[in-house]
Design a protein around this ligand. Sequence first.
Ligand SMILES: *[C@@H]1O[C@H](CO)[C@@H](O)[C@H](O)[C@H]1NC(C)=O
Ligand SMILES: *[C@@H]1O[C@H](CO)[C@@H](O)[C@H](O)[C@H]1NC(C)=O
Length: 371
Amino acid sequence: MPVFFFSLRFLFFSAIIPFLASIVLYQLDTFDPAPFPPNALVYSTASIPPLINDQLLTGAEFIGVGLLNSPEDIAYHRDSGLIYTGCVDGWVKRVKVTESVNDSVVEDWVNTGGRPLGLAFGLHGEVIVADAYKGLLNISDDGKKTELLTDEAEGLKFKLTDAVVVRDNGVLYFTDASFKFNLHHFAFDLWEGKPYGRLMSFDPRTRTTRVLLRDRYFANGVSMSPDQTHLVFCETPLRRCSKYYINEERVEVFIQDLPGYPDNIRYDGDRHYWIAMPSGVTTWWKLSFRYPFIRKLQGIAAKYGFNTMILEDAGVLQVDLDGKPIALYHDPKHSHVTSGVKIGKYLYCGSLMDSHIVRLDLLKYPAQKRL
Ligand SMILES: *[C@@H]1O[C@H](CO)[C@@H](O)[C@H](O)[C@H]1NC(C)=O
Ligand SMILES: *[C@@H]1O[C@H](CO)[C@@H](O)[C@H](O)[C@H]1NC(C)=O
C-alpha cells in the first residue's frame, strides 16, 4: 500500500499533471488583472475611530426574518415612518418597524423585475431605485407606475447601477459600479482591478444623463452633504470615499485607509455619515489586491465554480462631516453588511446575504473607548 502511494506514477498523476494543466490554463486564460494604484495598498490605522463595538451581532435584533431576501439598501421615509429596502428577488419592500421587532410588518410593495440596490425619495413622493440590472427607475408614490429614467451615458450602458441620492433641486446623483461586469459577476470587476465605475447625474427637467466622473474603481454608495454642496461616494476596492463638489466639479478625498471595503454611505440628518463595509481587511484581501496573479487565479477558479471571495468582519463606520472617524460597529462573525442607517437610537443594517435587517440599539450597545 504505502509503496503505491509514493510511487512515481502516483506523483505524476496526482501532482505534476494537474500542475502543468493549471499553468497552461493560466497562460491561456484571457482574464487580465491590473495592479491597483499604490495608494490603495496602504494600510494604516488612521481611519480606526476612538470608539469601537466589536460585537455588532451581540444584542442585535433581526427584523422581517425570512421575509427580506438580501435587503441591500435601506431608506427611511420620515413622513410615513416606513423603511424601504430592495431585495434580491426584485421586490422593493416596505417595513413598518416597532419597538418590538416581532411586531414589525413587511409589505411587498413593488417588484422591479431586476435587482433593486440603492433607494432614494424624490421630491414628489416617488421612490428612485438604482436597479443593478435595469438602471435608474422612478416608482410613483402609489407604487402603480415604474418608469425607466436612464440606463446609459455617453453610449455606454450601465451594467451595475448601484446607489442614488436626490438633491434639493430634484437632480439625481447616482453611481454605476461597472460598465463591464454586472452584479452577478461583480467579483471579476474587483479582481480585474480596472476602473469601470462612473458617478453621474440625471436631471428630470431636461431628462439628461451626465457623466461627472469616470474611471472610478467600483463606484458604490453615494450621499449628499447636508449643505447640498457636495456628494460623498465610495470606491470599494480602494477603501476610500471621496467628495465631489457639484458646482466646482472638483474631487477631494473624504476618508481613506478604511478598515474595510465600503459599500453604501448614508447621512443620518444629524451631522454624521454611516459607511457600511461588507468585509474587513484580511490578509487574503491584502495579498489579492497587491498581486494581480492571485486575482487572476481567483478569476479562473470562479469560472470553474470555486468561490474564493471570502467576506468577513463586516461593519459600519460612523464619521463626521469632515470624514473624521467617530465609531466603528463591527463583528468578526458577520459579513456582507451593505448599508447602515441610523434612525433614532437604532442602527439598521442591510445585507447582501441575510434574510432580515439587523437592528442594534446604540444606547444599550454603544461603541466604547478601547482599553
Ligand atoms: C421574537 O420572536 C423570536 C422568534 O420567534 C423569539 O425567540 C423572541 O423571544 C421574540 N421576542 C419577543 C420580544 O417577543
Ligand atoms: C417620477 O414619476 C412621477 C409620476 O409618476 C413624476 O411626478 C415625478 O416627477 C417623476 N420623478 C422623476 C425624478 O422623474
